[in-house]
Design a protein around this ligand. Sequence first.
Ligand SMILES: NC(=O)C1=CN([C@@H]2O[C@H](COP(=O)(O)OP(=O)(O)OC[C@H]3O[C@@H](n4cnc5c(N)ncnc54)[C@H](O)[C@@H]3O)[C@@H](O)[C@H]2O)C=CC1
Ligand SMILES: O=C([O-])CC(=O)C(=O)O
Length: 376
Amino acid sequence: MGLSTAYSPAGSRLVTTPLGAGAAQLLRPRRTPLATVRCSVDAAKQVQDGAATVAPEKPASRKGFGVFSTIYDLKADSEHCKSKSWKKLVSIAVSGAAGMISNHLLFKLASGEVFGQDQPIALKLLGSERSFQALEGVAMELEDSLYPLLREVSIGMDPYEVFEDVDWALLIGAKPRGPGMERAALLDINGQIYADQGKALNAVASPNVKVIVVGNPCNTNALICMKNAPNIPAKNFHALTRLDENRAKCQLALKAGVFYDKVSNMTIWGNHSTTQVPDFLNAKIDGRPAKEVIKDTKWLEEEFTLTVQNRGGVLIQKWGRSSAASTAVSIVDAIRSLVTPTPEGDWFSSGVSLYYWKSLWHSREHRVQYAMQIKG
Ligand SMILES: NC(=O)C1=CN([C@@H]2O[C@H](COP(=O)(O)OP(=O)(O)OC[C@H]3O[C@@H](n4cnc5c(N)ncnc54)[C@H](O)[C@@H]3O)[C@@H](O)[C@H]2O)C=CC1
Ligand SMILES: O=C([O-])CC(=O)C(=O)O
């Protein structure tokens, strides 16, 4: 500990500056001649110099951003006695890390609210060429947040580098739709991203990596990703439909006049699109069938369903951009549901392979229930 480290892509050299040497040295990290140092301190200087407009060159293999390049021994770190009881580091890749959704999600991941307060994490952030400078800004904010559980951050544009050995891949990076568009119209633009990233995951990720596809159309993209990663178990691929579940719960609670934690057993059938079916027949409110509590069948069949189906589109009309904060929350919910036992008698929704789901349905061993399918 006690070293502030700047990274030099040229020749992949690490330049280290003792922290104890004082703030002045921190502001002027030592560099080797001709080396382009990319760390938080340097990024700030680039903006000051007006160099921010210059397209950043693609970094060579980056091992860590700014302070996260520091080499430390987690278990021997006496300043964090708590760390002695921490679990093994979990490595999480997030694509589209400079985007709207990630801007909410990354800080939740780093705070420990997703994987728990005894779970140190490494964040591996994937951006596009256009967003690379913004990605540096994101990494700088993560540095400045001083999260104890956030032990490593690296950034990059090459999925083959960023996905190396990751345990989770949260695939958000994709174009969002604008007002009046259907999500399916994004397939031409976004589908290829998921083919490429599926191949990269297949080649370099942990063989048991869990993949959550968020970029739209997420069900089809999840299928594309899964098909391009034959070495990874199909059951590990999820399309994020949890936002629909949360929206449906909210609408039922509103109509029934109860707080939303009273709504359970909510299933979303079909794609994350306007054709989805939010299942009010099996949903429960305060442990009773929703239909018994909400007598207005016409509302359930028509207004409720339409509201949930179109919620994303209505939000775009109001905001001028698609949902981000609530999507990040739903990603957190989706991960938590996958890593913790489902409360007795309840279930949650996730877009998963129909083939796998069928076999799981008959298995008593799994404590997590699934109620979704990936559709092409
Ligand atoms: N499944 C769901 O419930 C929801 C899905 N979405 C979808 O999530 C996606 C992302 O939304 P936002 O974060 O709001 O968009 P955004 O435009 O704010 O961010 C997307 C980021 O991804 C980056 N990117 C583009 N191509 C990339 C690639 N090949 N690799 C890595 N990064 C790449 C962009 O440079 C940008 O920084 C959109 O497709 C949107 O429709 C949005 C809300 C809910
Ligand atoms: O509507 C969109 O395009 C973004 C999204 O998927 C949602 O908010 O459900």
